[in-house]
Write a protein that binds this ligand. Structure first.
Ligand code: NAD
Ligand code: DAU
Length: 352
């Protein structure tokens, strides 16, 4: 494996921190630069175990700042970009769509422009990898799965911004010849997940004996993948995909939200020494999310067949590990749920 200097954006976030850790530990000859704005979702505590590694460097910065980004590319002479920085929460996108346009669309175009400018003499040994979501495909009914051929049909401001950024990445490949690849992944879960998303929010509330809000009737279906399996897939796609190619990533693991929460409650009853059924009393049905997509299910057979990736963990096992992580990292949870989080929670849930 030859030496490479790789820019990973959003590396202090949930998935980004797992990707940074995997690359820093697995590829000591790569030099990894983690660029992150450290928004509410970015947290350097997620990377404590690798912060002093010789092949790792953190830079605080905003991908929306075009001149900063082009200067960074001139200074560092990156060989590749793995782009994860984004505003990632659907509910926040409903309250503040513009923030999502700025980071997810403008920020991505700024990175593409800087890469195009810096690499224009020879795109062949460079790579721009855009990490995206299955939400660009819209919503499924009771049957069917998203494939790489499914037409884009985003519904939320978040998914519209991610769809737009995907289109820009493909446009830079088709128009300028930039070596670009995209993967679209289903819902991730695991350690270091910010407790605005369903699973970590529920763990936090169950632990503190607070109501667990389930939108609508809890009938919506999500396809859950352990975050470390996503990081492994990103490693494989980054190294093996053809320029211009796209891969879906998912664990073939569909669950109704209410069933996920019931399973979590039962795992937490055991771990917290509560009577079976105790935590489930906290389940509270609340007003549905506007435009709530009914069902996501991803067909990742192209990735499995062509590049040989398979998910490693069953959902029950992954959830147990995840709950175990949150229960033994109380300080992390306390820190991220203090300050602005309290206001966020109040605004989202108080009148729901
Ligand atoms: P996250 O919200 O946990 O982390 C996002 C990171 O990006 C944070 O560290 C944040 O500080 C950083 N960031 C935000 N705006 C920035 C800016 N303007 N400049 C620089 N850094 C900025 O998100 P996540 O869940 O880890 O998702 C990472 C990527 O994966 C996103 O692109 C998301 O769309 C995609 N994705 C997420 C999931 C999922 O289930 N979480 C599934 C599929 C794809
Ligand atoms: O599918 C991939 C996407 O998965 C990623 O692109 C997004 O970045 C990520 O946030 C996630 O989006 P979702 O909207 O599916 O995730 P969230 O955890 O917010 O919600 C999961 C399901 O749970 C969804 O149907 C809404 C519901 N929900 C969510 C919250 C926060 C509740 O019922 N109650 C809640 O309090």
């Amino acid at each position: 494996m030859s030496d490479k200097k790789i820019l990973i954006t959003g590396g202090a976030g949930f998935i980004g921190s797992h990707v940074v850790r995997l690359f820093v530990n697995k590829y000591p000859n790569y030099s990894i630069v983690n660029l992150d704005k450290l928004t509410y979702a970015g947290n350097l505590a997620n990377l404590k175990d690798i912060e002093n590694k010789p092949n790792y460097k953190f830079i605080k910065g905003d991908i929306v700042d075009a001149s900063f980004i082009s200067g960074l590319f001139v200074e560092h002479k990156f060989d590749a970009v793995i782009h994860l920085a984004a505003e990632s929460h659907v509910d926040r996108s409903i309250s503040n769509p513009l923030e999502f346009v700025m980071t997810n669309v403008i920020g991505t175009v700024n990175l593409l422009n800087a890469a195009k400018q810096e690499w224009k003499d020879d795109f062949s040994s460079k790579r721009f990898y855009h990490v995206s979501t299955d939400e660009v495909y819209g919503a499924l009914g009771e049957t069917g799965m998203f494939t790489e051929e499914t037409k884009y049909d985003p519904h939320s401001p978040y998914s519209a911004s991610k769809a737009s950024s995907d289109h820009f990445v493909r446009a830079y490949h088709d128009t300028y010849g930039l070596d670009a690849v995209i993967s679209n992944c289903s819902n991730n879960y695991g350690s270091h997940h910010f407790p605005e998303k369903l699973i970590p929010l529920a763990i936090h509330n169950i632990k503190n004996n607070k109501p667990v809000p389930v939108y609508g009737k809890g009938e919506n279906v999500r396809d859950w993948l352990y975050v470390e399996d996503h990081a492994t897939a990103i490693d494989i796609v980054f190294h093996k995909a053809k320029a211009g190619d796209t891969y879906n990533i998912g664990g073939h693991n569909e669950w109704k939200n209410i069933d996920v929460i019931r399973l979590l409650c039962s795992i937490m009853d055991k771990k917290l020494g509560r009577a079976e059924g105790e935590s489930a009393k906290l389940i509270t049905f609340v007003k549905d999310r506007a435009g709530h997509d009914l069902r996501y299910a991803i067909d990742s057979s192209k990735l499995q067949k062509e590049l040989g990736w398979t998910p490693s963990l069953q959902f029950e096992e992954g959830l147990e590990k995840t709950v175990g992580w949150y229960l033994s990292n109380e300080e992390w949870l306390r820190e991220v749920t203090s300050g602005d989080y309290k206001k966020y929670y109040e605004d989202q849930y108080a009148k729901r």
